[in-house]
Design a protein around this ligand. Structure first.
Ligand code: KIV
Ligand code: ZN
Length: 394
């Protein structure tokens, strides 16, 4: 059997977006069909490799969303999620069969806790279900992903056997989710390294991360997974997802781009589209993006303190490790507030059309500081008014 993993994919990280599936499982984040179709277009234009558009057996709405997304997307692979049941897989296949590139994504739990209490299945029965379900899916579709739910709390040797079973049955992607956001970066890196080195047939599949953010470690863990050998990262725009969410797509992509010296892997993401995607997801879900959110937050490229503004005016690299334009955030914002210094104030005035002499500048700057102490936001109009007043007084 020839390997489905071409060598060219080895130094690239596949970005798998699950905003419409895991993201939509976030209470209150449901999306209409029209919104999902628009989001699919945005994700495709942004260069996302795999778009997980829903869980077709879950509802008619989810089925329809996966089917309709499959019809309009041509560049990205479209995936649908299913449990390890024939009926789920058939329904998923029915939805993705229209896609130019479709993927069936099967999940079954492998941790002792989940197998005993949730599935109420013996480990050997889980292995049998993997063989049957993955084999069935592979007869329908050449691209089959298998996920070991709660992989990070699974027994290592059983997990290894489960992965080998899935690969033998035809899985082309092996996903090891940190379903409850429990793992640590070093532990997750080690898990991938161990599996890549010890699983028989590991070279026939791409390993994937899927991290939840319960301890705020989802992005760090995903990157650690890549360090350990994963070449697909599952993530969601704005970190949307069950409970505390998934790894944030924008953070993964920019961490790989900015720190290529640490992890020399490319993604196919056109990063200038990131902010557009973030704003769209926020608008349709009604989930606001926190001001200080990395990459896409309103304050991610804003500077208020005098020392920082002075540094920025001399060389932007003093306080910016990436350019706002590179993520579609417009321009750097030097916010005028009580921490701002004279240098930034003079530049602000220049931008507003004023060139003041030293005395007038000192006078206006003093008034500006008094105002900024009283007011949370000092707008351009406030500055214009106080400068005009200072000039009128001579
Ligand atoms: O968190 C998880 O385990 C999942 C799987 C369905 C991949 O979302
Ligand atoms: Zn998940």
């Amino acid at each position: 059997m020839t390997s489905p993993v071409s060598d060219s994919k080895r130094d690239r990280v596949i970005i798998f977006d699950t905003t419409m599936r895991d993201g939509e499982q976030s209470p209150g984040a449901s999306m209409s069909l029209e919104e999902k179709l628009e989001l699919a277009k945005i994700l495709e234009e942004m260069g996302v490799d795999v778009i997980e558009a829903g869980f077709p057996i879950a509802s008619n709405g989810d089925f329809e969303a996966v089917r309709e997304v499959s019809k309009i997307v041509t560049e990205s692979t479209v995936a649908g999620l299913c449990r390890a049941h024939q009926v789920d897989i058939d329904r998923c296949h029915e939805a993705i069969k229209h896609a130019k590139r479709g993927r069936i994504h099967i999940v079954i739990a492998t941790s002792p806790l989940h197998m005993k209490h949730k599935l109420q299945m013996e480990p050997e029965a889980v292995l049998e279900a993997i063989t049957k379900s993955v084999g069935h899916a592979r007869n329908l579709c050449g691209d089959v992903e298998w996920s070991a739910e709660d992989a990070t709390r699974s027994e290592r040797d059983f997990l290894r056997r489960a992965i080998e079973t899935a690969i033998k049955a035809g899985a082309t992607t092996i996903n090891l989710p940190d379903t409850v956001g429990y793992t640590y970066p070093s532990e997750y890196a080690d898990l991938f390294k161990y599996m890549v080195e010890n699983v028989e047939g590991a070279d026939k599949a791409i390993f994937s991360t899927h991290c939840h953010n319960d301890l705020g470690l989802a992005v760090a863990n995903s990157l650690a997974g890549v360090q350990g050998g994963a070449r697909q990262v599952e993530c969601a725009v704005n970190g949307l997802g069950e409970r505390a969410g998934n790894a944030a797509l924008e953070e993964i992509v920019m961490a790989l781009k900015v720190r290529g010296d640490q992890l020399p892997y490319e993604t196919g993401i056109v990063t200038q589209h990131i902010t557009r995607a973030s704003r769209y997801v926020s608008a349709i879900t009604g989930f606001p993006v926190q001001f200080n959110k990395a990459i896409v937050g309103k304050n991610a490229f804003s500077h208020e303190s005098g020392i920082h503004q002075d540094g920025m005016l001399k060389n932007r690299e003093t306080y910016e490790i990436m350019r706002p334009e590179d993520v579609g955030q417009g321009a750097t914002n030097l916010v005028m507030g009580k921490h701002s210094g004279r240098h930034a104030f003079r530049e602000k005035l220049k931008g507003l059309g004023y060139e003041l002499g030293q005395n007038a500048l000192n006078e206006a700057f003093g008034r500006f500081k008094d105002l900024a102490d009283k007011k949370k936001h000092v707008f351009d109009d406030d500055i214009i008014a106080l400068v005009d007043d200072a000039l009128a007084r001579g």
